[in-house]
Design a protein around this ligand. Structure first.
Ligand code: CP
Length: 306
């Protein structure tokens, strides 16, 4: 397939066939990650800048590993080690990075729209690694790939997303991707943690977790994004955990064989308990494993274009 996109800003840019193509490539790249020597020359001579203005463990390291396993040169820049702290603007920062002629900039930023903004200024490819509340397309793609590997198809499956939906870029991108692939999506959260105009989303909304889990194939727990919340959205963390914290007892109300995912990082004992997170029902570390293969596929497509 000829890859027609220059930038990856969110999953709604992608057709269903393009998502399936990413999954197919990721399946091939996954095999490399299981070899004793995990390196191929595919992206030799290409340079990728990983510009993370917000903290990250999974996304940043997996993009770095993905690039290196394909023999690209990767360069990391974080806010704390950059001239952003001396007052340099985002625009000047990315124009400076572009002057060093990378082939791609992977960006995470706290402002919704930051990836689109820099894409409009630069000639090289831009991959959005999470911008504010707006989008986290590579997380949605690795979530979808994990489920494709688990189930074969997403069509007809029932997926529940629980927790801080209002502040979650993962929820926004996951809903778009899962519904595009034919799954039905439910959301469950206290009213203060639901996004504005959620009635326009293609989902069913629940306030009771016990009701929401009935008959689902998968539950995705979201982290409480305390760094993005205004004060007063949650009167009491213990009550939130009691009403919305997921445990093995909830999986018993779901379909037989139902699984749990979490994009990470987890607040154990808040949105999910350790017994469930560490159980056979959990796909959380499988998501991380998928993340490297999916990001290898994306770097290949956005740097080589085929
Ligand atoms: N899921 C995710 O984006 O995790 P990190 O913040 O650790 O990258």
């Amino acid at each position: 397939m000829h890859w027609r996109h220059k930038h990856l800003l969110d999953v709604d840019q992608l057709e269903k066939e393009e998502i399936e193509h990413i999954f197919e490539l990721a399946r091939n790249f996954k095999e490399i990650n299981n070899r004793p020597v995990k390196k191929v020359p595919t992206l030799k001579g290409k340079s990728v800048v990983l510009f993370f203005a917000e903290p990250s463990t999974r996304t940043r390291v997996s993009f770095d590993i993905a690039g290196k396993r394909l023999s690209a040169d990767t360069f990391s820049l974080s806010k704390s080690g950059s001239s952003l702290l001396k007052g340099e603007s985002l625009k000047d920062t990315v124009l400076t990075l572009q002057a060093m002629r990378p082939d791609c900039i992977v960006i995470r930023h706290q402002f919704s729209g930051a990836a689109a903004f820099i894409a409009s200024k630069l000639n090289c490819s831009v991959i959005n690694a999470g911008d504010g509340w707006h989008a986290h397309p590579t997380q949605a793609l690795l979530d979808g790939f994990t489920l494709k590997e688990e189930w074969g198809e997403l069509a007809g499956r029932e997926i529940l997303i629980v927790g801080d939906i209002a502040h979650s870029r993962v929820a926004r991108s996951d809903v778009k991707l899962f519904t595009k692939l034919g799954a039905r999506v439910r959301l469950c959260a206290p009213r203060t943690l639901l996004p504005p105009r959620v009635d326009t989303w293609p989902v069913k909304v629940y306030s009771s977790l016990e009701e929401a889990v009935k008959g689902v194939d998968l539950i995705i727990c979201l982290r409480l994004q305390l760094e993005r919340q205004e004060k007063g959205l949650l009167p009491d963390l213990r009550e939130y955990s009691w009403r919305y914290g997921l445990g093995l007892k909830h999986l018993k109300l779901a379909r037989p064989g139902a699984k749990v995912m979490h994009p990470g990082p987890m607040n154990r004992g808040v949105e999910i308990n350790s017994e469930l997170a560490d159980s056979q029902k959990s796909l959380i570390l499988e998501q991380v494993h998928s993340g490297v293969a999916v990001r290898m596929a994306l770097l290949y497509l956005y740097l080589v274009g085929a």
